[in-house]
Design a protein around this ligand. Structure first.
Ligand code: ADP
Ligand code: MG
Length: 562
């Protein structure tokens, strides 16, 4: 069986295509969203998802989150005595999702389609494929998140249309303009901001609270600060159903509260909303379409549930975004539809996907405007958002008298100055000496569907030619090292799935205990110990009853009795 996975920065989902439709697979807690958090205890038991998120509060040194940002880099995350790379942490999430899928479907799952952000470069895509392999999944395709979301909204449509996918996740914002015509789904442009997301809207509420209550942020210890942020997050989400929220928190023994209307919050959000505008405008400009030409706006990502963001979209496009699909689930549903397409399910119409290169590729040149020369300038060869596969040639000339070699630097990025862009490789060719500007070279960049860049340099006068294939799968690990790490990973075991709800409750209890004082502590200690006693008896019904009882107690302590 083939499964589709949305491996998100904040939350991940797994879905499949069965009986002619895509469906989300619930995780071990029966929920659709699995937080992308990993926590490992000293015995090597791995917690993934909600229990890891809960555990991370009291064991931050043994936990990791937001590691999607480190995909494709050498960065190591320290969890207790273990050092893990982003792809290894991701593989633990994937392992857990794979287990959930197998349990739900009642069969072994060995193959997956995984979605990645459209701007992910080759290193990041390859790291995602490796994460899948480490989890025992053969990754048969990597699909771009906006493409998946657009497929989810458009596949049943008979008509061709232009889509704008507006994806506001936990910490990132991506906009993509796509078009479906003649059964071809084509990405026209991608833009985004990696440093804005739902978390910023939480942070804002947190700061408003401090300002309103006059609480000195320096008086908060780390735990208090984290608790206040969690409160801010749940109050932010409460705006989805309330015109007004009351945020309250007990700080150093004193109760502080703030009442805030949606309108007030919206006003405070202005600067954040303003930052969403730029990538939006850039994507439209790059795609050469106007706002009016967009047929469908597809909201994706949890943060688009914020009424503030919905109103922003509605104002901008002078209409409401597409209803229907859950913004949390669109990407996973699209990945599952892609599974259906791959197995040529007859319920689905054939859709071919095309893609664009997310960055500009170019080379370094000496700028000569007739008055002066300046080196270090960037000459773009393949502009960002060009549809791939693509092949483009630029001609450059020798820059100095009696030059005997030309060094071609292969760069990726948008900066006018070469040094600010990423160096992908270098290639040097001999030229016959002569006055500057006499020798010319043709530099051809070819970018194929798998995002592999081939560079070809031709010295026109001599016919000398050199080629270089940039395989950016820089694997910094040797074969042995990789195998060694694989063994370590296999040694780690996921917390047994049937224990998960009990484990989650106990972790939450422990956390509340740490946050609480005297009497509440005694109450909690008693309740937790009692639950642990029942767990030992291994009687399902008794355990379930005890679990509900403990949950009520924890809810009362955390949210108050109302
Ligand atoms: P990612 O794609 O990065 O994994 P998600 O799409 O899961 O992220 O979005 C997570 C973000 O959505 C978080 O910042 C969370 O606070 C926010 N979010 C989820 N539900 C709501 C809601 N009802 N109202 C406002 N924000 C929400
Ligand atoms: Mg996402």
């Amino acid at each position: 069986m083939l499964i589709g996975i949305d491996l998100g920065t904040t939350n991940s989902l797994v879905a499949c295509f069965r009986n002619g439709r895509a469906e989300i697979i619930p995780n071990r807690l029966g929920e659709h969203l699995t937080p992308s958090v990993v926590s490992i205890d000293s015995e090597g038991t791995v917690y993934v998802g909600r229990s890891a998120k809960e555990r991370a509060i009291i064991h931050p040194m043994e936990s990791a989150a937001v590691f999607k940002r480190g995909m494709g880099t050498d960065r190591e995350y320290v969890l207790g005595e273990r050092h893990l790379r982003a792809e290894e942490l991701s593989s633990l999430i994937l392992r857990s999702l794979k287990e959930d899928a197998e349990h739900y479907l009642g069969e072994t799952v060995t193959e997956a389609i995984i979605s990645v952000p459209a701007y992910f470069n080759d290193h990041q895509r390859k790291a995602t494929v490796r994460a899948g392999e480490m989890a025992g999944l053969n990754v048969s395709r990597i699909i771009n998140e906006p493409t998946a979301a657009a497929i989810a909204h458009g596949i049943t449509e008979k008509q061709d249309a232009c889509y704008l996918v507006f994806d506001l996740g936990g910490g990132t914002f991506d906009v993509s303009v796509l078009e479906l015509y003649d059964s071809i789904m084509e990405v026209h442009a991608i833009a985004g901001d990696n440093f804005i997301g739902g978390e910023d809207f939480t942070e804002l509420l947190y700061r408003l609270f401090l300002k309103h209550t006059g609480v000195d942020p320096n008086s908060l210890d780390l735990q208090m600060e984290a608790e206040l942020r969690r409160t801010a997050e749940s109050c932010k989400c409460a705006f989805s159903h309330n015109e007004e929220i009351f945020m309250c928190c007990s700080i150093n023994g004193q109760l502080h509260g703030m009442r805030l209307t949606l309108e007030e919050y919206e006003r405070a959000c202005e600067p954040l909303l303003e930052r969403l505008r730029r990538p939006l405008e850039r994507s439209l400009k790059d795609a050469r379409v106007t706002l009016e030409e967009i047929d469908r706006i597809v909201p994706v990502g949890g943060a688009t549930r914020l009424p503030v963001v919905q109103r922003f979209l509605a104002k901008l496009f002078k209409r409401m975004p597409e209803p229907g699909l859950d913004p949390d689930e669109a990407v996973a549903i699209g990945a599952a539809l892609q599974c259906g397409l791959k197995s040529r399910d007859k319920e689905l119409r054939e859709v071919v996907l095309t893609d664009v290169c997310p960055f500009t590729l170019g080379t370094e040149i000496v700028m000569d405007n007739g008055y002066f020369e300046e080196s270090g300038h960037y000459l773009p060869i393949i502009e960002r958002n060009t549809i791939i596969p693509v092949s483009r040639t630029e001609t450059v000339y020798t820059a100095h008298d009696d030059q005997t070699r030309v060094n071609v630097r292969i760069l990726q990025g948008e900066s006018r100055m070469a040094q600010n862009n990423v160096l992908l490789g270098e290639l040097s060719v001999p030229v016959p000496p002569g006055p500057k500007g006499r020798e010319s070279l043709d530099i051809t960049y070819t970018y194929d569907v798998n995002a592999l860049l081939e560079v070809d340099v031709l010295v026109r006068s001599t016919g000398f030619r050199r080629k270089l294939l940039i395989r950016s799968s820089r694997s910094p690990l040797s074969q042995e090292e990789a195998e060694e790490r694989m063994k370590l990973l296999q040694y780690l075991k996921l917390n047994p799935r049937d224990e998960e709800p009990n484990r989650l409750l106990l972790l939450r209890g422990e956390r509340l205990y740490e946050e609480a004082m005297s009497e509440t502590r005694a109450w909690l200690d008693h309740a937790i110990t009692e639950f642990e006693q029942v767990l030992k008896k291994k009687d399902r019904l008794q355990i379930q009853r005890a679990r509900e009882k403990l949950k009520d107690i924890l809810d009362e302590i955390e949210y108050g009795s109302n």
